[in-house]
Design a protein around this ligand. Structure first.
Ligand SMILES: [Zn+2]
Length: 266
């Protein structure tokens, strides 16, 4: 999953293949100009690009395989954060349509990569940050995206949170704590398992649909085969070694839920 539904896909040459190292979040930029930067980003002599661009009318263009390849937007920050350029100038606030567009990008990044739903002023902490905070190491653009746009990041996050809640409205939810207790009791030799049939069935149904689990038990247990299948799901997401132990964790369960219609509560 590296292309965002709803964004216009316009791949450019200025991208580093398989260069992404971490999914820390998104960096807000200002274009300091108008009209799509596609031609500029697709010119190898320029060595400039971004993951996304949002026009003043809310049009979203995507230029690289976000989360896999990185764009040339914030120098040493490129392997760690995705980037969004916003049409217009640093002394002018984002339009409502732009706030909405960036919020949709962030909501997609939250469900796809686990970008946390908060604002940071940092080059290391996960969240929605801004270009200038990186100083010279990030290319030396202290006035990108400008104070007005920086101040709109809180609104972008709250709108992204609303978008995610609307998308999952009415879906069943799984209590992660109960599921973990159930899984651990099955890994141990304890007599008499704590039952959580609703949660276990949702997860088993999802693992079955992913082709990782042949048989779905009906007793609400979280059996060895289910734990093995869950570990395979974790490995599919890139978990390695002891990380893929088959015990559900928030990120892997939330990703499974996004694909199979359930949400996760702590
Ligand atoms: Zn910038």
């Amino acid at each position: 999953m590296s292309r965002m539904p709803g964004a216009v896909w316009r791949p450019v040459v200025n991208a580093h293949k398989n260069g992404v190292l971490e999914h820390r979040g998104l960096v807000l930029h200002v274009q300091d100009g108008n009209h799509s930067p596609y031609g500029y980003f697709n010119n190898p002599a320029k060595q400039v690009s971004s993951d996304f661009w949002v026009s003043t009318t809310g049009r979203i263009e995507q230029y690289v395989e976000t989360g896999v390849d990185y764009a040339f937007a914030q120098h040493l920050g490129n392997p760690y954060y995705a980037s969004v350029e916003t049409e217009g100038h640093p002394d002018i606030a984002l339009t409502a349509a732009q706030v909405e567009g960036v919020a949709h990008i962030y909501a997609w990044g939250n469900s796809t990569f686990g970008w946390p739903l908060h604002v940071v002023d940092s080059t290391t902490q996960p969240g929605l940050t801004w270009h200038g905070v990186g100083g010279d190491a990030w290319g030396g653009h202290p006035h990108c995206p400008g104070d007005k746009r920086k101040a709109q990041r809180g609104r972008i996050i709250s709108r992204a949170t609303e978008i995610l809640a609307l998308e999952t409205d009415g879906e069943p939810s799984i209590d992660l704590g109960r599921l973990i207790t159930l899984t651990r009791s099955n890994l141990g030799a304890a007599q008499g398992h704590p039952a959580y049939p609703d949660g276990a069935r949702l997860v088993e149904g999802a693992l079955h649909a992913e082709g990782l689990l042949d048989n779905i038990s009906t007793d609400g247990d979280f059996e060895c085969l289910t734990i093995t299948a869950y570990a395979a799901w974790q490995r599919r997401l890139g978990y390695e070694g002891a990380e893929a132990d088959g015990v559900p964790d928030h990120l892997s369960l939330a990703k499974l839920g996004r694909r199979h219609g359930f949400t996760v509560t702590a």
